[in-house]
Ligand binder design. Sequence first.
Ligand SMILES: Nc1nc2c(c(=O)[nH]1)N[C@H]1C(S)=C(S)[C@@H](COP(=O)(O)O)O[C@H]1N2
Ligand SMILES: [Mo]
Length: 256
Amino acid sequence: MKEFVVDDKTAKKYRRKSLIAFIIFFALLALGWTGWKYLNNAPRDGGIRGGLQKPLRQVLDLNEEVYSGLFSSKRLVKEYPRSKAAPRARVNGDVGLDPSLFDSASWRLQILRANGDTLSLTLDDIKQLPRYDVVFNFKCIEGWSQITWWSGARFSDLIKKYHLEKEAGMKYVGMATPDEEYYVGIDMPSIMQPQTILCYQLNAQPLPMNQGYPLRLIIPVKYGVKHLKRIGTISFSNTRPPDYWAERGYDYYTGL
Ligand SMILES: Nc1nc2c(c(=O)[nH]1)N[C@H]1C(S)=C(S)[C@@H](COP(=O)(O)O)O[C@H]1N2
Ligand SMILES: [Mo]
């Protein structure tokens, strides 16, 4: 049997290599630890529970700058045949949907105009606008997606019909549930995109209560968080309106 011998020189070489590997390992560990401590102690942006660490928010804001710069309202989200739509759409999120606090008879869509007036619309007013159907892959940041079929009126048609051009010249739209428990802020190019609808039907049936009856937002260029169920008020502004999930540390833009 042939014995495997390691000469002194080789042994020395490997001892040195191991030592260097250990030094690098501990240096990286220390660097990671310092970085982690730095992030944890960094000032926060002041949302719920103090909000998100500022360096992390800066990364999200940079994402927004890049993605909103690339955004084109001419680019359409992929649509599918109705036969591909799930017969039972998944239900997720019930903030602002307490059925005991909702009176469907007195519901109106309240649109706050730039001049301070409020435009108060019924569901029939919305149904007067041209109907638009969209079947698309609905994506939630929690990691699921589902092809679903929604119908309603294009947000851009509402703007035209009610002469909200001045309002549409602003940077953001804010929406809130009637009880103001859930609220979103959306950039104007995304809400004016032709597939964004004020939606009153799912699978050609009135919206179920837990999916936003009587009217919800469907905005295929965004993740699920922005598809506010049960719209109570719509407002316009040049500064970011409050946003439920952004206040809890999520991305504000949440574009797809
Ligand atoms: N009023 C209200 N709207 C909401 C939510 C909510 O909790 N309350 N959750 C959002 C989230 S996270 C998702 S994924 C979608 C889910 O819509 P669905 O229940 O029709 O699937 O609604 C969005 N709109
Ligand atoms: Mo979601």
